[in-house]
Design a protein around this ligand. Structure first.
Ligand code: HEM
Length: 189
């Protein structure tokens, strides 16, 4: 394989990506009908959470989550977190993840793919039940240097207009148990 003389050499420059993506349902493409059950999640969210695990100290974190769409039957998902001190000041960046939430028309089933920079990739299957989404890992794939994550379970809900969730984790040889819980307010979309 070689990249010295690519076959596209000499061709005119390409225009910027021509399709719109949005987390604001008032703008951009229509939401795909398959995503109706996920409609309440589309937006930009920010809030606070608490975390812990038997192998680590408890911590408080802040988080921004964005669920956006481009008219196709999946949501793009991005999350960035940062650790907070007792006075709510940022201490350091913490976990990030990106992924895809896939849904089908006339089905309450959801398929979610999430990738983390810690070398972990999670594949979830779950169900949408009104404003609640519950999912469990069907597979976890790890790089050779990733921590031993065996599985996870996530419960998301829209509660009084806020996005709340609980994440349970089986890792470090420990059984499935709580790692995170948070409540995020809508700040956009
Ligand atoms: C909101 C997202 C998350 C936050 C804020 C968070 C935060 C933390 C913090 C502060 C630690 C302590 C050690 C360190 O700082 O690295 C930690 C450890 C860990 N987290 Fe998370 N985490 C998040 C999501 C996840 C997810 C989704 C997974 C699994 C896929 C995960 C798996 C782990 C593991 C395996 C450890 C190592 C525990 C140990 O070394 O004993 N975390 N996390």
């Amino acid at each position: 394989m070689s990249i010295d003389r690519p076959p596209w050499e000499g061709v005119a420059p390409v225009d910027p990506y021509p399709y719109e993506e949005t987390h604001d349902l008032r703008h951009g493409p229509d939401l795909h009908p398959a995503l109706l059950g996920l409609l309440p999640y589309v937006g930009l969210w920010r809030g606070r959470g608490r975390g812990g695990y038997p192998t680590i100290d408890d911590f408080t974190y802040a988080q921004e989550v964005r669920f956006s769409h481009d008219g196709r039957p999946f949501l793009a998902y991005e999350s960035r977190t940062w650790i907070l001190d007792d006075e709510d000041k940022p201490v350091r960046p913490a976990a990030r993840e990106v992924g895809w939430w896939r849904a089908r028309e006339n089905s309450d089933e959801i398929e979610v793919l999430i990738t983390e920079p810690t070398g972990v990739m999670e594949l979830y299957f779950g169900t949408i039940d009104g404003l609640k989404i519950e999912m469990a890992t069907d597979a976890v794939v790890r790089t050779p240097t990733a921590k031993p994550v065996a599985g996870a379970h996530r419960l998301y809900g829209i509660v009084e207009g806020a996005l709340a969730y609980v994440i349970e984790l089986a890792a470090m040889g420990q059984p499935l148990q709580s790692h995170l819980s948070a409540r995020l307010e809508r700040v956009g979309g």
